[in-house]
Design a protein around this ligand. Sequence first.
Ligand code: NAD
Length: 295
Amino acid sequence: MAKIGFIGLGNMGGGMALNLAKAGHEVVAFDLAEAALARAKEGGCSTATSAVEAAKGVEAVITMLPAGKHVAGVYEELFGVIAPGTLLIDCSTIDVATARSNAEKATALGFEAVDAPVSGGIAAANGGTLTFMVGGTDSAFAKAEPILAKMGKAVIHAGASGAGQSAKICNNLILASQMVGTCEGLALAVRLGLDPQTFFDIASKATGQSWSLNSYCPLPGVGPESPADRGYEGGFAAGLMLKDLKLALGAAHSVDAATPMGAAAESLYQAFANSGGATKDFSAIIGFLDGKLPS
Ligand code: NAD
């Protein structure tokens, strides 16, 4: 079992750190928030008073922070103090360019680094059923894989540094476009007088089927249980989807990729967030698109 520094114990990192401790790793946890530290302590981690203290003398440092600037800032603090050969695992969703530059700097200083963003929300983080998409060398992946496996159900090597972040934002670009299209189709079906359940039974078996419709239907009372059945609480926040869409569009711009559907989805999620929807599940955009439907 390894000694692991864990920095960023928020909605996602809090549960992930506890799963590592539960698996028998020695976890030294740090967050700026006292409440997050208290939860980690209660769950079997030891706590540190700074990122540097959490990372001293450990074999691996995991970060689960809001955005690229937070990760880059913490890495700058750590580079002078961590032992050569330390493995840096960043599980945050950040921009591809920062992920690559973090890994380049780390490698030049004699560390190994992977970007390892996750799919799956807070429930998956707490339950240890995340999917990790990992960017980095074969050697760094081989070291990160057994650690990540204690927090997830799948750990997939996506390619070189930055490939994990690339996979994450491309996946979420598909998901956002798919969700908006699904909401439009359902709202139109209702306005045309179709029974929602009957339309679900048809489209979920026809070519309109998708994860957004079949597994995460944005209308309450239709399909398997989803955030729509819980007042659009406790799923994947529209504000986080908006963040990922902005990352995807930025990456698309950097390689001249055409993403008109992604741009439309970003504009709709921005308008939804501006109208107060940022903390609701991202499927709640159905009520923003059609004011007669719940949101
Ligand atoms: P969060 O805001 O709940 O947690 C971030 C934590 O980082 C906070 O507790 C904050 O205090 C801490 N923090 C910030 N700067 C710090 C610093 N310099 N040192 C130590 N701690 C610091 O966010 P989250 O929901 O846990 O998301 C974390 C990452 O995971 C984000 O990049 C997000 O996009 C990604 N993600 C989130 C979800 C989700 O459903 N919440 C799903 C997949 C991926």
